[in-house]
Design a protein around this ligand. Structure first.
Ligand code: IVH
Length: 701
């Protein structure tokens, strides 16, 4: 932008309308250049500035929001849809086997069909059945040219751009024997740890929480904005293929080994067996490992190893005759619902927890299960005294699947969800957002006067990513709170000076001594100086997780500036609010949660007390005057002088942006030994590639 635009606060309605029209046109044009032509003509920062300005004007003049507003579109393709892909070879489903007998039958059927004698060897591969979604990747001369979802098996969707962001999927195949054309198929999925991270991130952004890793993976892959997919750490296992000009083997095992050599992840648990007893033993072994695999599986797949036999066996309707899925029994059990407990979280959410008569589910004793929220209880019509079906999947919290209505006692009444907080008696309300949508959660309005929220907030305040006060764990919070030594976070810093709470008094408490007490006070003192983002995170504002706290710290720089701006923003019609809301990465939900937090007197007072006793450090602004500031950098291969995360942190502290894949927007690729497809990508886009040593020179060692 050459000319400094008129401040949003000074725009007349007429100017605003004209400018929104101009911005819609201009942003759409840049979207097209970037996404469709891979040839952007402005920098990311300038593009972001356009979008930010558009949003700021829309906040000020909501009645002027255009139907084609850039804020209403998610990325470029939102208006378009995914293209359709007809699969050259259909993507089939599998028949199921539910017990040993089904497996024996399957093997017998195969033997009969092939006319094998009792002494003829029949080998199968066995591997976990991953609970994700399948994808087909088309490679021409070893280059990924198309990626599609399964769709209805015949026609899928073109999600090439999204699949390209999956780190496990090679853009270029390596090694020998790569055919002119091959479609490699496999499962896209999210691991348990990644799933938790994605949901945490979603929660911080005020976005929808995914019910399970499969849904999260599917939602991620079918994203219209592939930058969102890129943020989701999707994984891939190759286990099948479609059209191929030539196959790299005569057996399933050989082809999968070739896939592995070409650079695909393949499941290390895949094995080859020749008899039913061995297969069943393998099944038991995998069932035993299920909980510790780190990703969801729902059974084991057996496939005839010889490809000529697969060919002869062919298909019945939509499933191959040469393969079957041996499913795990659902990890479910029936038990009695003794009570529904309402727990109050840090931000006041009333969370219903089912108290169960203890029951073993999948080898683990379960006595609590989540009931999610009041709508869920109503939908399932769960009543105290009911017999319920409980389910466990992997490490996920047990859930109530349904009520066994035949076993309902006559006396059981529909559950009435409380409209008052069980901890403080304040009204508990359901929020209604701007679109008139009622939130699923009922929330206590007691704020800091609510003891349940106070405990949880205090625990959050001292937690690892917040103030991280060593030796001040959840246990101590409970004990000190119970003895009325602390009620608010600021009390922690006043402990030493208070009669009855000083080092001597603490040392005299049960489980404490002079040494541990002295240590505690030293730890508290050590945290009187704190980074701004930790301070913001520690406040426990709803939807403000670590990454949002960092964003806020960067944008406002100092605690004083932050608090001043947020107090101003507590009026949602203010300029300060519009500014907060227009920060890239901070959505409406988050901005509103912050505004509401700062609208409360008791929160403002507590912050003032904290700032009195703390020294909150200024946020380190990304540098704008280094050789790499404003540049987008990609690291690839092994870095020998420093680890990846250190390299990334260094680059970012020098004002660079670090990206995961190479595009036309990349300014520089730093390549160490073992660098692969990213080098090719760099060549394709004409991006400069330098060695790690050159990089160190560039940034001054
Ligand atoms: S083989 C022609 N192997 O299960 C057979 N499928 O119920 C191709 N799946 O749509 C499938 N893990 O999404 C195969 N190791 C595995 C699998 C697997 C998961 C899924 C796949 C398929 C579905 C069929």
């Amino acid at each position: 932008m050459s000319q400094k635009p008129v401040a949003v606060s000074k725009l007349t309605e007429k100017d605003a309308s004209a400018e929104l029209a101009r911005l819609a046109r201009e942003i759409a044009e840049h979207d097209k250049r970037y996404h469709a032509e891979d040839a952007p003509t402005i920098s990311d920062a300038d593009y972001d500035a356009l979008k930010k300005r558009n949003n700021a004007i829309e906040v000020k003049f909501p009645e002027l929001i255009r139907p084609d507003s850039p804020s209403r579109r998610v990325g470029f393709t939102a208006v378009a849809k995914f293209g359709k892909v007809k699969h050259g070879v259909p993507m089939l489903s599998l028949d199921n086997a539910f017990d040993d007998e089904d497996v024996t039958d399957f093997v017998e059927r195969v033997r009969r069909f092939l006319g094998l004698g009792d002494d003829d060897e029949l080998a199968f591969t066995a591997e976990p059945k991953i609970d994700g979604l399948s994808a087909s990747l088309r490679y021409e001369d070893g280059e990924l040219v198309l990626g599609a979802t399964r769709g209805d098996g015949e026609v899928g969707e073109d999600v090439t751009a999204n699949l390209r962001t999956v780190k496990d999927i090679p853009h270029t195949l390596k090694g020998r024997g790569i055919p002119e054309l091959i479609e490699v198929r496999g499962e896209v999925f999210l691991g348990h740890a990644e799933f938790e991270r994605v949901n945490k991130d979603q929660e911080e952004r005020g976005e929808k929480i995914f019910a399970n890793p499969r849904n999260a993976a599917a939602g991620s892959l079918r994203q219209l904005d592939s930058t969102i997919t890129a943020r989701r750490p999707l994984k891939f296992f190759a286990y099948a293929w479609g059209v191929a000009s030539k196959l790299p083997g005569k057996t399933q095992t050989e082809v999968i080994e070739a896939f592995d050599a070409w650079g695909f992840p393949t499941n290390p648990l895949m094995k080859r067996f020749t008899g039913v007893p061995q297969i069943l033993k393998y099944y038991e072994m995998i069932a035993g490992k299920r909980a510790s695999l780190g990703y969801d599986i729902d059974g084991v797949v057996y496939k005839v190893d010889r490809l000529d036999w697969q060919q002869r066996l062919g298909f019945v309707s939509r499933a191959p005759r040469w393969a079957t899925a041996h499913k795990f029994p659902a990890e479910q059990a029936e038990t009695e619902l003794l009570n529904i407990d309402i727990q109050v979280g840090r931000t006041g959410t009333l969370a219903p927890v089912a108290k169960l008569k203890p029951v073993t589910v999948g080898g683990v004793v379960v006595s609590n299960a989540t009931l999610h929220n009041e709508d869920e209880i109503a939908r399932k019509d769960v009543r105290i005294g009911d017999t319920v079906v409980v389910q466990r999947a992997g490490d996920v919290i047990p859930q109530i699947v349904r009520v066994v209505e035949e076993k309902r006692p006559k006396s059981a009444k529909p559950y009435k969800f409380p409209d008052r907080c069980p901890a403080c008696g304040s009204h508990a309300e359901r929020e209604v957002d701007d679109d008139g949508e009622v939130s699923a959660a009922r929330r206590c309005t007691g704020g800091l006067i609510c003891p349940a929220q106070a405990v949880e907030r205090l625990k959050h305040f001292v937690s690892r990513n917040a103030f991280d006060i060593e030796g001040f764990g959840a246990k101590h919070v409970d004990a000190f709170l119970a003895d009325k030594m602390i009620a608010h976070p600021s009390d922690i810093f006043a402990l030493a000076g208070r009669y009855g709470s000083g080092p001597k008094a603490i040392a005299a408490r049960e489980g404490w001594g002079p040494q541990s007490a002295a240590k505690l006070f030293a730890a508290i003192d050590a945290r009187r100086t704190i980074a701004l983002h930790r301070f913001i995170y520690a406040l426990g504002i709803r939807h403000v997780g670590e990454s949002t706290a960092r964003l806020l710290a960067l944008n406002y720089g100092t605690a004083k500036a932050f608090v001043k701006a947020m107090i101003a923003a507590s009026d949602e019609d203010s300029k300060a609010f519009a500014e907060l809301d227009s920060i890239e990465g901070i959505g409406d939900t988050v901005a509103k949660a912050i505004a509401q937090f700062f609208a409360e007197d008791h929160n403002r007072e507590e912050i003032a007390r904290l700032l009195d006793v703390l020294d909150v450090e200024e946020a380190e602004k990304p540098k704008t005057d280094t050789a790499v500031s404003g540049k987008t950098i990609v690291f690839t291969g092994t870095l020998e002088k420093m680890g990846r995360s250190e390299a990334k942190a260094r680059a970012e502290s020098l004002g660079a942006k670090v990206a995961g894949s190479v595009s036309a927007k990349t300014d520089l690729v730093v390549a160490g030994p073992g660098a692969g497809s990213k080098l090719k990508d760099a060549e394709k886009h004409g991006v400069k590639v330098i060695s790690e040593d050159d990089w160190l020179k560039l940034i001054g060692g």
